[in-house]
Design a binder for this molecule. Structure first.
Ligand code: PGA
Length: 248
């Protein structure tokens, strides 16, 4: 596995001007010298064209925030994985908790979307994570096990999938899981992947942590065992903050 993967989920934020400034700022940083982390930005669909034209032939990768499970058809407002690939994306986030909540996406849906992404040649960043209620009731590991088992497509190549553990209660709240909590869940996820793919293959899968990651807590979180990167929301909207999470 290469360095850490630092993925920025812009969510429904930005404008052409904002995207241009942010991407130019990141490209300026990347041009200053080689860095050990890989960076990917996931802007809203309407800004993908703007971002892709700026990042062509650079080391800044681009991803969508969602894709449809079908290749094409009567699905107003949706974007296929094939189209994301066609315009130049390398990644797509699937199963983000906001999609699961706002759009009722189930593990079965996430599985189908992730399978479509893989088939199209994209790397899905498959999101899982427990709610506060599930954590308080002691159900975290059961929820994680079910999500990992059901959300990962049958024929996925460990080289080409990324998992993101994002405790729902930590997303956008400023609350972060403690390094101990993160270690427990990430080690557990790795053991599930070992069981499914075998250790050699499973260690190629990057497991990102997400939920209020910022420059102040990034070093501590990224040092936890089996944390191979971060999925960053709010702090990915500022060049300095996003950069500081991946490069210290
Ligand atoms: P946050 O979002 O960093 O703003 O908590 C993370 C995410 O939702 O991916």
């Amino acid at each position: 596995m290469a360095g850490k993967l630092i993925a920025g989920n812009w969510k429904m934020n930005g404008s052409v001007t904002f995207a241009t400034e942010l991407v130019e700022g990141l490209l300026g940083k990347l041009n200053e010298g080689s860095v050990s982390s890989d960076f990917v930005v996931c802007p809203p669909a309407a800004l993908l064209g703007t971002v892709l034209s700026l990042t062509k032939d650079t080391d800044l990768a681009v991803g969508g925030q969602d894709c449809h499970a079908n290749v094409s058809g009567a699905h107003t407002g949706d974007t296929s994985a094939e189209l994301l690939k066609d315009i130049g994306c390398g990644y797509v986030i699937t199963g983000h908790s906001e999609r699961r909540t706002d759009h009722g996406e189930t593990n079965v849906d996430v599985n189908a979307k992730s399978a479509a992404a893989i088939k199209a040649g994209l790397t899905p960043i498959i999101c899982i994570g427990e709610t506060e209620e599930e954590r308080v009731s002691g159900g975290t590991l059961n929820v994680i096990k079910l999500q990992v088992t059901e959300s990962l497509p049958d024929d996925c190549d460990p080289d080409n999938i990324v998992l993101a553990y994002e405790p729902v209660w930590a997303i956008g709240t400023g609350k972060t899981a403690t390094p101990e909590d993160v270690a427990d869940v990430h080690n557990f996820i790795r053991s599930l992947l070992n069981d499914r793919f075998g250790e050699d293959a499973a260690k190629k899968i990057r497991i990102l942590y997400g939920g209020s990651v910022k420059p102040e807590n990034a070093a501590e979180l990224l040092a936890v065992s089996n944390v191979d990167g971060a999925l960053v929301g709010g702090a990915s909207l500022k060049v300095e903050d996003f950069w500081a999470i991946g490069v210290r």
